[in-house]
Design a protein around this ligand. Sequence first.
Ligand code: SAJ
Length: 427
Amino acid sequence: MSFDTISVVGLGYIGLPTAAMFASRQKRVIGLDVNQHTVDTINRGEIHIVEPELDILVHAAVTEGYLRATTVAEAADAFLIAVPTPFKKDGGEIPEPDLSYIRAAATAIAPILKKGDLVILESTSPVGATEQLSEWLAEIRTDLSFPQSAGSSADINVAHCPERVLPGHVVRELVENDRVIGGMSPTCSERTVELYRCFVKGECVVTNARTAEMAKLTENSCRDVQIAFANELSIICDKLDIDVWELIALANRHPRINILQPGPGVGGHCIAVDPWFIISSSPEYSRLIRTAREVNDNKPEWVVNKVKLAVAEYLQENPDKTALDVTIACYGLAFKADIDDLRESPALAITSRIASEHPGRVLAVEPYLKALPEKLEGKFELVSNVIAEELAAIKVLLVEHRQFKLEKTNSSDSEKKVIDTRGIWGN
Ligand code: SAJ
């Protein structure tokens, strides 16, 4: 049976590009999202997120009639679930995965499932989530059979195919990256490969659902551990008066060494979150993964303390001034370079923290934001680079946006104190 209509549930950073990609291959795509504003924006052929090339893709898909968004689930041959899987901290020490969005998606699509449909979970999920999703669907649709009881002869096929694309490169990576496909039965996997083959040029590698879930968590935990190593080095080097970026560049000349880059901490909705899914499943055995998480989570605090020290030094050098006279400019609020995404951003956490503790003006320069989100209004000021340069006594570089790399040569930094957490201004 072919997939004529595909429903993508959750039109965010992964769901929308995936929907647009299927639509670009002349599939009829129905995007489902709970947010009316998102749905309206997409139906105008516009996008609500910043991702290179996505605007052109979505605009073409909508105007050619292949992509349509809605808030009400409609029948389809395949359902791709790309909703958030955050974690929740219910008083416990270890955050637990929050599967409520997956459950809501299951509740929304279950009534319209029909024999032969394929349901794919793309959201990064703890081990066992795909089986749980299938259980939730089976509880609602007792008239249909599911792979946990009927295996390859089930009416509904269910698989996990984790998204693995890098924000900022989503459109290219969706096509080129290999996909890990974990079906709940061999037929589930076969059907899923058939679907993705429509636009994926990378290899579709088949495994079971639990291994596919763990593979995704492993990739992001591996990166987290590696970044923690770089962040730990940066703190040690600061104490020993060594330029950590020079050090890493030297060490990386060894043929078998490839150290990542330190920064103000690890952000985003993936690397700062996913390792907890492994830790919460096996706390007694996840010592390295947990320590890495803690090293990365503590880095913003270290940066805030560096800023406080810089203010104290500045006041010592300028005894006629008080802290109220000292303006601090923070460069970058996004969780990483060249995107607008503020989720779990250490840069945003650091800027907010400085703003709440520093009596003087705190400015933020973020070229990817036109205005501050409502919940940040009044906390600090969003200004242009020119204004920040004019007013700031202390500059804190938090995100290596390409604009900041270019602007470094224009700054009059000799009179200012500069804290460069990304090593691009060469202070
Ligand atoms: N970071 C550093 N130093 C580095 C690299 C990254 O401090 O050397 C920081 C970034 O500034 C950012 C955070 O780490 O705050 C995460 O950035 P990232 O570029 O490493 O990863 P994400 O979160 O944008 O995307 C990751 C990717 N996973 C891997 O590279 C293993 C992506 O392929 C996944 O699809 C994505 O998570 C996801 O959705 O899970």
